[in-house]
Write a protein that binds this ligand. Structure first.
Ligand SMILES: [Zn+2]
Length: 385
């Protein structure tokens, strides 16, 4: 079985699926054919013509008592390749001294193919204690539109638990920060620069907003999570002005805010509205608008949760060392799935080394792939009642 699983992973690495270029649909087609040719019911879901998600299900055996629906999820898109710097073919799936190389070897074609391998093997059994649902997403690296689409369709609504096999080097991720990206714009009134008093300078107004954000009165960054740390906010771009001798009527900046559970979009908008009120009290022609451009929720699973405990102890028994629980600094599709109609525990874990994710000569030891297949299989077969 392992030999076949390695061949599947090699084949998967040989199909380019760098985001935002083309190819995600080709790797999805490969996995779809693999699942359906083994008799696994799989749905082909087109998010957009080149962005495909797959949902594959296996029902529990008829003798199962109180079966749970255990979800497994991963993405098939990868980040681009800096070709000239690679010493291995990034789309070769080469194996050398027990390591497999290729873009996505760590993040996260190995994770996806470990789950697919588990599904192929368990589909042959008729005594499964749980329903198994594999959710394969597109576009995780850019906008998580695949996971968002599946969540909106209700594909995660029947889950009792979800494992996301992102590379975590054997750590167990249970919480992650979110992102709120806002554009703050000021609208003034243009005038000739020789008579600024006839206009309303939007850049001056925007500067006043920035001064408020940099002052002690803007308190969003005092909110903190014990593991994820504080909310952080950065102004990352700025635009404005119409010409060298025109009082600007438009100016805007973009602010990226990394959020924590309990502090998200609503709290960011409230804090900015307070600034708006304060500045309007000082100048009634001041005009400021806030537009939310990006929103990825933060999420957290209760550390006492049974599923997290089962994942941790299963990892411990495979590796024979304690499993460290960690907050994930970056985002995963779990953020989107956490918005499903029904809430369920989400664990982000695999044995795949994350240190080479997104790097030159991305690779993992095949032993980690074998351990991750084992993890998925044991979690699928565990009785959670
Ligand atoms: Zn990833």
């Amino acid at each position: 079985m392992l030999t076949e699983s390695i061949t599947y992973l090699q084949r998967c690495l040989q199909i380019q699926s760098t985001n935002p270029l083309d190819g995600e649909e080709n790797v999805a087609a490969y996995v779809y054919d693999l699942l359906t040719s083994h008799g696994i019911e799989t749905e082909w879901i087109e998010v957009s013509p080149k962005r495909i998600c797959l949902v594959a299900t296996i029902q529990a055996g008829v003798s199962a008592v109180h079966p749970k629906t255990i979800g497994f999820s991963g993405h098939l898109d990868t980040v681009p390749v800096q070709l000239s710097e690679w010493t291995k073919d990034p789309f070769g799936g080469e194996i050398e001294q027990g390591r497999i190389y290729g873009r996505g070897a760590s993040d996260m074609k190995s994770g996806v193919m470990a789950m697919v391998s588990m599904m192929l093997e368990l589909n042959q059994r008729d005594d499964l204690p749980n329903h198994l649902k594999l959710l394969i997403t597109s576009d995780e690296e850019n906008g998580m539109t695949g996971a968002r689409h599946l969540t909106e369709r209700g594909d995660a609504d029947d889950l009792d638990a979800l494992l996301i096999t992102e590379p975590t080097s054997g750590f167990l991720g249970y919480a992650q920060k979110g992102v709120v990206g806002v554009e703050v714009s000021c609208t003034g009134k243009s005038a000739h620069s020789s008579s600024p008093q006839l206009g309303q300078n939007a850049i001056d107004d925007l500067y006043r907003v920035i001064r408020e954000i940099k002052s002690d009165r803007f308190t969003i960054t005092t909110h903190s999570h014990p593991e994820l740390g504080p909310v952080v906010a950065s102004i990352t771009s700025i635009t404005g002005g119409e010409g060298p001798n025109v009082i600007p009527s438009q100016a805007a900046f973009y602010m990226d805010i990394r959020t924590i559970p309990g502090f998200g979009r609503e709290q960011v908008l409230t804090a900015l509205e307070e600034i708006n009120q304060r500045l309007r009290e000082q100048d009634d022609s001041f005009s400021m608008k806030v537009t939310v451009i990006k929103e990825i929720p933060s999420c957290e699973t209760d550390s006492e949760d049974l599923f997290l405990h089962v994942v941790a102890t299963t990892m411990e028994s495979i590796r024979r060392q304690p499993t460290r629980r960690v907050a994930i600094p970056g985002g995963t599709d779990g953020a989107m799935f956490s918005q499903a109609a029904r809430s369920f525990p989400i664990a982000v874990a695999s044995f795949h080394d994350f240190r080479l994710a997104h790097q030159i000569d991305e690779s993992i030891p095949l032993s980690e792939y074998e351990e991750t297949i084992e993890l998925c299989t044991r979690l699928a077969l565990h009785s959670y009642t």
